[in-house]
Ligand binder design. Structure first.
Ligand code: BEZ
Ligand code: FE
Length: 304
């Protein structure tokens, strides 16, 4: 067959094969290709528009910004909503809400026991301590839970992605103590904004959207037999708290700030003057299987 109608071509693309292949990949590809054929026809997409989009996709891949686009178009939050719905249907409730990991995690941060300072030298924002306990759903302490914590610097940049920062700056792992207690010192970060003059900003400008995230701090909490918790907390008072470009703000994850906390008891974190504190407990669910308790981030899970 040398000539096709649109429908004949689609049917052929979706059915041609010389081996069984992977049934799941075949089914997903069939749906996406069918939807795109329909979109191209319904919106009368012109060749120049199509190839411009392909050029953008190629530049997006080369820039390493795919994770910004998945978040900004709602896919990261969609996956969390679907996971919440599945949990609800399975009767798995309680615990700290999950929140998107984002694309800016870096594995292998230095580990400390019990407490740590994330920043170095002169604070570049208000001196901040976050502290609390890792607990299970029965309120029992989770001894020696491992907490990865990471956040942006004073201009919203993340180390390993933003020029001029030290390796693992504002990234640490804290092994909670035998009673699940942890604490860290840092400074209150500002929000994050997508890089200007980038494939991501091109799309957001064309969509008439901003690329701001409200101030937040990320966590990955891992303990044997418990479901790995990926979450983040928001700092109250940020302009974008209800207008996150990644749609990730959640009830229950906006911390309360206590100001002018006396320095007594915080000398080991180098604190000698009143500071800002937030208390926050991480509450972890039981893992239903070994996979749920793996100490892996989203990309480590699929590339390990
Ligand atoms: C962030 O957590 O900072 C982030 C999340 C999604 C896209 C870009 C940044
Ligand atoms: Fe972030």
């Amino acid at each position: 067959m040398a000539e096709f109608t649109q429908q004949q071509l689609l049917d052929h693309v979706n059915t041609v094969q010389i081996a069984p292949g992977n049934a799941r990949v075949r089914a997903i590809t069939e749906r996406i290709v069918s939807d795109l054929f329909k979109t191209i026809d319904a919106l009368d997409i012109q060749p120049d528009e199509f190839w411009k989009a392909m050029d953008w996709l190629a530049r997006l891949g080369a820039s390493g910004q795919i994770g910004l686009i998945t978040a900004g178009l709602g896919f990261d939050r969609l996956l969390d909503i679907r996971a919440d719905e599945a949990d609800q249907q399975a009767g798995r409730t309680g615990g700290t809400p999950r929140a998107i990991e984002g694309p800016l995690f870096v594995a292998g941060a230095p580990t400390s026991k019990g407490e740590v300072r994330l920043d170095e030298g002169t604070p570049k924002g208000e001196v901040f301590v976050m502290e609390g306990q890792v607990l299970d759903l029965d309120g029992q302490p989770v001894p020696h839970a491992m907490i990865d914590v990471w956040h942006a610097n004073e201009v919203g940049g993340y180390s390993h992605f933003f020029p001029g920062m030290q390796p693992y700056e504002l990234r640490r792992r804290i092994e909670a103590d035998a009673n699940g207690h942890y604490r860290f010192r840092s400074y209150l970060p500002p929000g994050y904004a997508i890089p200007p003059n980038s494939p991501t900003s091109e799309l957001f400008e064309a969509l008439g959207r901003h690329g701001h995230r409200p101030a937040h701090i990320h966590f990955l909490v891992v303990a044997p037999g418990l479901r790995t918790l990926t979450t983040q907390v928001n700092i109250p008072g940020d302009t974008y708290i209800d207008d996150d470009f990644a749609f990730a703000t959640r009830d229950g994850l906006i911390v309360t700030l206590e100001r002018d906390v006396p320095a007594a008891g915080y000398a080991s974190l180098g604190i000698e003057a009143p500071f800002v504190r937030s208390r926050f407990n991480f509450v972890m669910q039981k893992a239903c299987n070994d996979s749920e308790a793996l100490p892996l981030t989203r990309m480590e899970r699929v590339t390990a």
